[in-house]
Design a protein around this ligand. Structure first.
Ligand SMILES: [Zn+2]
Length: 313
């Protein structure tokens, strides 16, 4: 039987509690161990600062959506006692807002229509724009792209410190709305993070380079950028991220304590034998008290042998 609760529900924080964080999964698959780590890390980062933790479903890409995945992700978070604050935001309900923001950027002279292929764009050198920039193309068969003036090459990460990108690794073009008329991730995420008052974006390190684009958009919208914090990515073997695309297994909710213990271990928190016998809620309460960014392995990739075995996740 689990021992009595040893930790208060919430760490006593003397700050204003103005932290607002979020978890923003896309429903292109069910929650796997890697996304559980990100959810848990962002939850602990918010709750250890007496902050809010919001949930946003990034469902702006219907062709990639898996039926039932949004509900399944939410049920999985609840099963792990990762309860979000406020109403869930669905990006699919916000197309008017995204169009309005593209209109604003267009009025600022910061957009252009582009018909280049991905190959054409990747062949561009740092700082070089494609020929479409000056052609005033019509909207048909065109993506709406952001017109860069000042490309960021580095930013400060709360976990990784200064992150610098060599010029050859920085794509100079990004879309706001794709040729297929779907809104681009970069636009939607920044518009929503601003609108939801997010003070820190805590997510997986696979999105490190997206930060450069997003900083450019904050500047274009004349809004202060939030802090950024990128957690190590769970990989199954060197260089291979555990993801929906490589068929990561859905998190099994029959043993949430083991999942939490494994995810906490990945984030640098080891539990004693006694703690491992506690309830999921008590384990989370302990983790909120113990949460410390300095304990997280400060690298973008971590290999966890347990994760390579499908049965364990
Ligand atoms: Zn072009």
């Amino acid at each position: 039987m689990a021992t009595a609760l040893k930790y208060p529900h919430m760490k006593t924080i003397t700050s204003s509690g103005s932290y607002v964080g979020r978890f923003a999964p896309s429903p292109s698959g069910h929650l796997h161990f890697g996304s559980l780590v990100t959810a848990l890390g962002s939850f602990l980062q918010a709750k250890s600062q007496a902050g809010q933790w919001l949930l946003r479903i990034e469902d702006i890409d219907p062709p990639r959506e898996v039926t039932g995945a949004s509900d399944s992700i939410m049920r999985c978070l609840e099963a792990h006692h990762l309860f979000w604050d406020d109403e869930v935001v669905y990006q699919s309900n916000r197309y008017d807002l995204y169009n309005e923001k593209i209109q604003y950027l267009t009025e600022q002279g910061l957009t252009y229509h582009c018909r280049c292929t991905r190959a054409q764009l990747t062949s561009l050198k740092f700082g070089q724009s494609c020929a479409c920039v000056n052609q005033n193309l019509s909207v048909e068969n065109s993506a709406i792209r952001f017109r860069h003036h000042n490309i960021h090459q580095h930013f400060y990460d709360e976990l990784l410190g200064q992150v610098d990108f060599p010029e050859h690794e920085i794509p100079t073009q990004f879309a706001l709305k794709r040729k297929d008329t779907l809104f681009a991730y970069q636009l939607a995420v920044v518009v929503d993070d601003i609108q939801q008052g997010i003070t820190e974006v805590a997510r997986g390190a696979d999105l490190l380079d997206a930060t450069l684009f997003q900083l450019a958009l904050y500047q274009a919208f004349n809004r202060p950028a939030p802090k950024f914090l990128h957690f190590p990515v769970v990989v199954t073997e060197p260089g291979k991220k555990l993801s929906k695309q490589n068929h990561a297994c859905e998190v099994n909710t029959n043993d949430v304590c083991t999942n939490l213990i494994n995810a906490l271990g990945f984030l640098g928190l080891s539990l004693t034998k006694e703690l491992k016998r506690e309830s999921a809620q008590n384990i989370l309460n302990w983790a909120i008290c113990e949460w410390d960014l300095n304990k997280i392995p400060a690298k973008t990739e971590c290999i966890d042998n347990r994760i390579g075995q499908a049965d364990s996740i």
